[in-house]
Design a protein around this ligand. Structure first.
Ligand SMILES: [Zn+2]
Length: 323
């Protein structure tokens, strides 16, 4: 019998390093300011979902604060208002939750992404608190499986001494994602406001390189878990289908990232996608597939705990959350 998850105020103080904080403040001032708007209350962990041979449990890493003009740079204010206002949502700021999936199967425990750690936004970086409350020691994690290398998914891999947090784990990284972030010209080609993403990804990948195994789409990366190419958000973005007999559950990562925008306007270009057109193509084909096969999904940024299904709604879709 598990205790009821404890709600926590998402306003923990930040001990962000001055370098990362300064990079954010100068390079993306609006992003940093947005972080302050994102105080919310959510449980640090959700009740587990039973599989035939294991269980899935979602942990919260807190939330981000993102200005709408960063997320939807190509839409007019009127278009954004027409979409968001009927849902009672802000037209100027998004405060997406960050949902980290844990999978227990046999004697292994996998985490899909590891949250932001303490150096990105002050409202994020809650994962280790939730694991501790649920009685999971970081050294219990046998596999860390990455969807992509953005700060809110990767930066939590190192502790305050820059040592890997999950000391006993193997780290599974999509080969295309590793190749992109580690390439010589990636930093030079990145827009100024996101250069810190490159520096951050490279330093973390280097720190865990002894424990990294490269993976590719189509591969079974963990018992019953299949890697799926969902590139567009980043060049090597990968989602993971957890098979459970005839059922399946897809860990989306950021391939579908907002419960309203991504479902109702999947064709709109997202400013958070590095290849906006490819991101939209991936989103549309994934939604079509999910609406057909009715797989359960876990979205990293869908409303905590981010579990539900995609349903068709006219020519678009809607997210049906599982309570
Ligand atoms: Zn993300």
């Amino acid at each position: 019998m598990r205790s009821v998850p404890k709600a926590r105020q998402g306003s923990r103080s930040s001990n962000a390093s001055s370098l990362s904080r300064r990079t954010l403040l100068t390079g993306a001032g609006a992003l940093a300011a947005g972080a302050m708007a994102g105080f919310g209350i959510r449980p640090l962990w959700a009740n587990p979902i039973s599989l035939s041979d294991g269980e899935v449990q979602v942990f919260s890493d807190g939330n981000l604060g993102l200005p709408m003009n960063f997320i939807l740079p190509e839409q007019t204010e009127a278009e954004i208002a027409a979409l968001m206002e009927p849902h009672g949502l802000s037209t100027t700021m998004l405060t997406p939750d960050c949902n980290v999936t844990l999978l227990r199967r046999g004697d292994r425990i996998a985490l899909f992404d590891v949250g932001s750690g303490s150096n990105f936004q002050p409202t994020a970086g809650e994962l280790l608190s939730g694991l501790e409350e649920a009685g999971v020691d970081p050294s219990d994690i046998t596999d860390v499986i990455f969807t992509h290398a953005h700060p809110d998914h990767l930066w939590g891999v190192l502790d305050e001494f820059d040592d890997p947090v999950f000391s006993e784990a193997r780290y599974l990284v999509p080969q295309a994602e590793w190749d992109y972030w580690m390439a010589d010209d990636t930093l030079a080609n990145m827009p100024e406001e996101r250069k810190s993403f490159v520096v951050g990804a490279q330093s973390r990948f280097e720190a865990i390189s002894d424990q990294v195994e490269m993976i590719n789409p189509g591969q079974e990366v963990f018992p019953g878990v299949e890697a799926l190419d969902t590139s567009g958000h980043t060049p090597g973005h990968t989602s993971y289908m957890i098979h459970d007999g005839s059922e399946s559950l897809l860990v989306l990562g950021d391939a579908i990232s907002n419960a309203v925008i991504s479902f109702e306007r999947p064709e709109w270009h997202s400013g958070s996608d590095q290849d906006r057109e490819k991101g939209a193509q991936t989103r549309k084909s994934l939604l079509d597939r999910l609406a057909n096969d009715q797989s359960r999904i876990i979205g990293y940024h869908l409303p905590n705990p981010g579990i539900g299904r995609a349903e068709r709604d006219g020519t678009a879709y809607r997210f049906v959350a599982e309570s």
